[in-house]
Design a protein around this ligand. Sequence first.
Ligand code: ZN
Length: 451
Amino acid sequence: MPTTLIRRAEVLVTMDGQRREIHDGGLFIRDNVIEQVGLTNELPAQADRVIDLSGHVVLPGLINTHHHMYQTLTRAVPAAQDANLFNWLKTLYLMWANLTGEAVYISALVAMGELILSGCTTSSDHLYLYPNEAKIDDEIRAAQEIGLRFHAARGSMSLGESKGGLPPDRVVENEAAILEDCQRVIETYHDPKPYSMLQIVLAPCSPFSVTGDLMRESVAMARHYGVTLHTHLAETLDEEAFCLEKFGRRPVEYMEDLGWIGDHVWHAHCVHMSEREIALFGQTRTGVAHCPSSNMRLGSGIAPVKGFRARGVPLGLGVDGSASNDSSHMLAEVRQAMLLQRVTGDPAGLTARQALEIATLGGASVLRRDDIGSLESGKAADVIAIKLSRVEYAGALHDPVAATVFCAPVHVDWSMINGQVVVQDGRLTTVDMGPVVERHNAIARGMIRER
Ligand code: ZN
């Protein structure tokens, strides 16, 4: 099995139990797994491949726990730039109805490319509409080609306007067909083994776009196959009003009734949560994907991150979007998370290192993975490196780790996922993004014109 030696990092952030930051640090990797972490001169002197990262800060790869990659096709759409969630959705559903299998594949490559360049090594994606024979297989193919560790969330919508839901009938699916496809996707792709590069998640879209029956059926199927569950929850006050009116329950109460609480479940947003609901999530280890940029962009509110941390809620970060962000920049999201907790008057609301912890260890706990999120012996070789001699960090080198969060978000210079180098000298090694971006822009133009 080939070995890799990473040596001479200016500082190597382990995120281990002691949160060690090792100056002149390195890693010894066998195949796709970290075998040793330590000072350069304590590691073996030779390996099949030796990578010198002097002048770089080295971190565990960042983990993105919520996204809709197809939305990169509808970034900054004029009619949806200044709308709240429900109006934003109603404008965009009509454009998303033009999505095709090729559009899913190309937009996933664009989103994954941007994620990897901005420090992400594992991502989930929540794909919940499948018009024109689009399939989740289309984005799985993109992840395999680009080399991203991927949790594909097979989303769904079944509650069209004619049944009291928010989306137009033409973008919803029949529930029997949804469940049949979920089963097919799990049986075809789900890999639960350590260092898995591909897992499947069941993910009905939200309380206002699917029925309670589909939520319950999804829980049963997830239990049967041992896969995780994901949806949107408590994102806006409109949603709270919708749930109180339709079900006589707050969003979290409604999900409790449906069995959507527990250590195999994570919810995106969770902005509007009572103290009782935060405590419930902590007790039951129900996870949260915090999406600060999206919450700011849509005016949804500020999620109670300090409360989640105090109550031991598994908490990760999500770029969301990309029509409500409109970026897949992971390091930028870490910065937004830190800044947003300070807005209401607490300049120590979230520190740079706490924000990095949420984006690494936190994301791993949300995705129920104990093999990623830190640089330790036995963990997957998911590692990123950022050169320090850049204009953005000039004057910040007394604390290079904090510089990655406080200073302007940058692209990584080097990245390894599962032992494979996917970014070298700041460029993706696996996919040539030039033609992909060109095709993406052509598809985006068509989607918006045809609505
Ligand atoms: Zn979302």
